[in-house]
Ligand binder design. Structure first.
Ligand SMILES: Cc1cc2nc3c(=O)[nH]c(=O)nc-3n(C[C@H](O)[C@H](O)[C@H](O)COP(=O)(O)OP(=O)(O)OC[C@H]3O[C@@H](n4cnc5c(N)ncnc54)[C@H](O)[C@@H]3O)c2cc1C
Length: 369
C-alpha cells in the first residue's frame, strides 16, 4: 500500500491534535517540525478552560460542541484525568468591587468561599459539570504527541523551524528548514499559531497578541470553580480569568497588549509590570488565597488571531495540498481536537464530515487569504 507523507508545521495543541488523528490512519506518515519546543507558546501557557456551547451564536458553534465531546472521549481513552488534569468544573462570572459595597448574600459567600465576599456585586453561574471542563494544556499537548509517536508513524523534530514551503508549478513539494535542509512531503499542514502569517509568499492574515499569566499555589485547597471576573477598580475595569487546577495550583491570566510578535517563542519577553498587576488583582479578589510562596510560573505568550476573527481550517485556496489550521484565538485548546480531526478527514477522505457544513464553510480559507 502506498503511504502519504504529511508535514505538520508547529508543535502546539493544534499540531498535536492534527498529528494524533492522522497517526491513527494506516498508510499515513507524519513529520512534525517545531521550531522551539512542544507547547512552548500559547498551548503551554493557556488556561485550558473548555466550554460546550459558548460559540453557539456563531457559525462555528459545531466546532466547539464537537471538540468538547472529543475532549471527553480523549480523556477516557488516554487517561486524561491522571495524565493531563482533565476534569468537569463549575464556572461563574463575578462582578467585584472592593471598598464600599456590602456583601451580596450569605448564599454567594458560601458558594465562593475562597474569594472576598464583601466585594461581590453580582455572581452568575455560567456553566456546570455537564458543559464546562478543563485540561492542563501543556500536558494535554504532550500526551497527544507521545501517543501519536507510539504508533511508529510519527517523527517529531524540534530545534529548526520551517523557513518556507516549497511550491513549484502550483504544487506543494515539502518544506525547507532554517538550516537549509529540505523535507519532501505530499501535504503540508500549517499549525504555526501566531507565526502562521510569517510564511513567505503565502501572506496568511494571522498575527499574534501577547497575554500574561501566573500560576501559584494557594494556602488552602480551592474547589473546581472557574471564574470569569470583572473587577471595578476606580475608573478602570479588569477581566482576569482564574482557573484552579486539580494539582492544587491556580492559573490566572490577564488582558492582551500590542507588543509585536517576536521571531520565535524563545524571544518572548515577560513584562514584570503585567505580572505584578495580575498579582495585585489576585490579592484584591482573594486576599486570603495566596500564601506568599514563589510563583510557580510568570509567563507571556501570543494568541493566534486571524484578521476576520474566525480560525482557518482547510486547504489554501490556491494550493490544495497546503492545509491551514491556525488562528483559534482564545479557544484553541477547546477547538483543537475537532480541528485535528477535520485535518485528518480532509487528508485521508478528501472531505470533512465531523462538523456541520456551516462550520466547514466558515472555517474554509477560500476568499480569506
Ligand atoms: C493567556 C491565554 C489563555 C488562554 N486560555 C485558553 C483556554 O482557557 N481555553 C482555550 O480553549 N484556549 C485558550 N487560549 C487559546 C489557546 O492557547 C490557543 O488558541 C492555542 O494554544 C493555539 O494553539 P496553536 O497550536 O495554534 O498555536 P501555538 O501554541 O502558538 O503553537 C504554534 C507552534 O508553532 C511553532 N512555530 C512557529 N513558527 C514556526 C516555524 N517557522 N517552524 C516550525 N514551528 C514554528 C511555535 O514555536 C509554536 O510551538 C488561551 C490563550 C492565551 C494566550
Amino acid at each position: 500500500m502506498s503511504s502519504k507523507h504529511i508535514i505538520v508545521i508547529g508543535g502546539g495543541v493544534v499540531g498535536a491534535c492534527a498529528t494524533y488523528y492522522l497517526s491513527r490512519n494506516i498508510g499515513i506518515r507524519v513529520t512534525v517540525i517545531e521550531k522551539t519546543g512542544v507547547a512552548c507558546n500559547a498551548s503551554g501557557k493557556a488556561g485550558g478552560f473548555l466550554a460546550y456551547n459558548w460559540s453557539d451564536d456563531t457559525a462555528i458553534g459545531d466546532l466547539s460542541r464537537k471538540s468538547f465531546k472529543l475532549h471527553g472521549e480523549l480523556a477516557t481513552e488516554l487517561d486524561g484525568e491522571n495524565k493531563y488534569g482533565y476534569r468537569k468544573v463549575d464556572t461563574y462570572s463575578v462582578l467585584y468591587q472592593g471598598g464600599k459595597s456590602k456583601p451580596k448574600t450569605k448564599q454567594d459567600m458560601d458558594v465562593m468561599a475562597w474569594i472576598d465576599a464583601s466585594g461581590i456585586r453580582h455572581m452568575e453561574k455560567l456553566g456546570n459539570m455537564t458543559d464546562t471542563a478543563q485540561v492542563h494544556p501543556r500536558l494535554f499537548t504532550e500526551t497527544l504527541f507521545e501517543t501519536a509517536k507510539q504508533t511508529g508513524n510519527v517523527t517529531l523534530r524540534t530545534g529548526f523551524g520551517v523557513s518556507h514551503v516549497i511550491i513549484d508549478d502550483d504544487q506543494i513539494h515539502g518544506v525547507q528548514l532554517d538550516n537549509g535542509e529540505i523535507i519532501n512531503g505530499d501535504s503540508v499542514v500549517v499549525c504555526m499559531g501566531a507565526w502562521s502569517g510569517q510564511l513567505p509568499t503565502l501572506h496568511l492574515p494571522i498575527d499574534g497578541q501577547r497575554a500574561h499569566s501566573i500560576v501559584f499555589k494557594p494556602q488552602n485547597p480551592v474547589p473546581a470553580q472557574m471564574l470569569f471576573t470583572t473587577i471595578l477598580d476606580g475608573t478602570r475595569t479588569h477581566h482576569p480569568e482564574v482557573y484552579p487546577r486539580p494539582d492544587g495550583t491556580v492559573y490566572m491570566c490577564g488582558a492582551t497588549d500590542n507588543t509585536k510578535l517576536p521571531s520565535s517563542a524563545d524571544q518572548i519577553q515577560v513584562d514584570s509590570q503585567a505580572i505584578r498587576e495580575l498579582e495585585r488583582l489576585r490579592d484584591t479578589l482573594a486576599p486570603e488565597l495566596y500564601g506568599g510562596d514563589k510563583l510557580i510560573a510568570q509567563q507571556a505568550c501570543y494568541l493566534p488571531v486571524s484578521e476576520d476573527g474566525t480560525p482557518f481550517v482547510g486547504p489554501h485556496p490556491k494550493y490544495k495540498q497546503l492545509i491551514i489550521a491556525a488562528g483559534h484565538s482564545c479557544w484553541g485548546i477547546l477547538q483543537a481536537p475537532a480541528t485535528g480531526l477535520m485535518i485528518s478527514e480532509l487528508i485521508v477522505n478528501d472531505r470533512i464530515s465531523c462538523v456541520d457544513r456551516e462550520a466547514v464553510e466558515a472555517l474554509d480559507p477560500t476568499n480569506r487569504c
